[in-house]
Design a protein around this ligand. Sequence first.
Ligand SMILES: C[S@@+](CC[C@H](N)C(=O)[O-])C[C@H]1O[C@@H](n2cnc3c(N)ncnc32)[C@H](O)[C@@H]1O
Length: 244
Amino acid sequence: MPAAGIPPALPDVLVTSRPLDEYCALFGLTRARLAALPGPLLDCPGGAAGLAAEARELGCRVIAADPVYALPPPAVADRALEARAAMAAAMAARPQLYPSPRPYRPERYLRSWDRARRLYTADSAAHPQRYVAAALPRLPFADGAFALTLSGYLIFAYPELFGQELQLAALTELVRVTSPDGEVLVQPLNDGQGRRCGHLGPLRRALGERRIASEIRRCPGPVDGRTRRVLVLRSADRGRRAAR
Ligand SMILES: C[S@@+](CC[C@H](N)C(=O)[O-])C[C@H]1O[C@@H](n2cnc3c(N)ncnc32)[C@H](O)[C@@H]1O
């Protein structure tokens, strides 16, 4: 859904196209949990993922938000093809940085991206209302609109574009649009070179001052066995309304 005034995604940010199963592995989710969500899921940034199309099959409503949706779906798919080529090169150069099944099979992994990209292209053309052109740190959604919010491969992955202040604003905004009974899941907590975010402690304290509770959840990867760290955020007012 193109929106006036939203700039197309930054050229330096890859527009990746992950399938639902990879999302589940990266965020420590299961298909059963997605199917049981009491409300819609927000994927921000959505990129050219297959998530929205695939999760609908489970009965889970997904809204994807990304500034790249200001472009028509075929142009987004072109950006995703560029990202695929960049990923293929990066996997060949530094295989230790990339999650993949063992034994290491990059071509099979990249084929899962091809499938997700095709799903995205067809779904976004057929259901443009599921794909909202929007950029963090400001989203055009009501408070508490989503039961679960996912944010992958942006906020900590590009520290040169998302400095500490912008990270705080973006995380706060993701919590605002998420139900107080839901959670926001963010990963990875390192940049594209695998360097961990060095100011997670101060950032979590600043979130706490905004009444946002945080924890680091360690999720064992079901495919490659590597443990992943996911930042989990919730409104600190969770449960209070019910208790009143
Ligand atoms: C590496 S992709 C991640 C996509 C998906 N979450 C995943 O895990 O594959 C990064 C995405 O961030 C989007 N992006 C860039 N700036 C953004 C912003 N300010 N707010 C939201 N998304 C942004 C890009 O258009 C791109 O699609």
